[in-house]
Design a protein around this ligand. Sequence first.
Ligand code: KG4
Ligand code: ZN
Length: 340
Amino acid sequence: MTKSITMLGIETSCDETSVAVMRDGKLHSNIVSSQFVHGQYGGVVPELASRAHQKLMIPIVEEACAKANVVFAELSAVAGVRGPGLMGSLLVGLNFGKSFAYGLGIPFIGVNHMEAHIYSNFIDEPYPAFPLVCLTVSGGHTQLVLMRKDFSFELIGETRDDAAGEAFDKVAKLLGLGYPGGPKIDAHAKQGNPAAIDFPRSYLEGDAFGFSFSGIKTSVLYYMRDNHPNGISQQQLDDICASFQASVVDVLVNKTLLASKELGVKNIALAGGVSANSRLRSEMSRAALEAGLQLCIPKSEYCTDNAAMIAALGYRKYLRNSYSPLSETAVASLELAAHL
Ligand code: KG4
Ligand code: ZN
């Protein structure tokens, strides 16, 4: 009988402390602890985030292993995020992961957070086929990535200003909905009319696969100032959320379809926190069906930051003996760069 491969995944790039256990490519546990301490500040406070990671790290490793019914001695390797993200947060997870692996005498595998988001499509079968165009939309990034094969990431388009998730968070803040804003706008949008207000769609001339979301945020601000200086009703709030969301989703869907058409790629995928958005999921599904494309969307719990995606990519790197030296450091602005 061949020996099982048991991978521990660690995610601490921002304000989620998460640990997962994957055995032979199957997920056995994925504990995600969101740090609610940031809510009162309207955004993530980096120093508070790293302190919370320090406090949560060991109990969550224990919880993830207990839930997976795995003892530490059974672990084959530890995979940990090394960037991009908040430096203090990354350092906690990376240094814990390296020390834990060293103590157990097993390999450590450093993982790129944005590459791992794409590999959230490889947690549950059926996995998508290559070549593949993935739209990765998170709080810090909006990227169109062409993968011709496993571990090959070609950045074909990205945002030149705000990320899609950042636009959701900033608009939510100006509407007084709190942080993180994406899920709140999504919930309000369900009760609203997406055609109520014609917010602009930003298609950049000469940059077919590029994005810009700073203008839409300003449009919502001006719309509020000009039309509702004294506050809004519940219905108006729902309509603004639905119309804003429709504008962002239209651009995301159209650019992904354009990329797949121009590159002649029939497989598309979604990743990142914003891909938990209900309208993005339904509109992308509708458009893919119409265009005869195969679409892969991870379960919502694997879209927002989680360690299952780190374990999924770490597992595949392990199979290729792609280990990291213990001298590997955290890189806050780590770029997609894996070519194994
Ligand atoms: O991938 P993620 O968890 O963390 C980063 O790597 O940034 O993405 C977080 C982003 C936040 O901006 C959050 O507001 C957004 O994903 N988000 C959503 C939804 N759920 C999370 N945006 C729109 N609709 C949602 N349902
Ligand atoms: Zn993320």
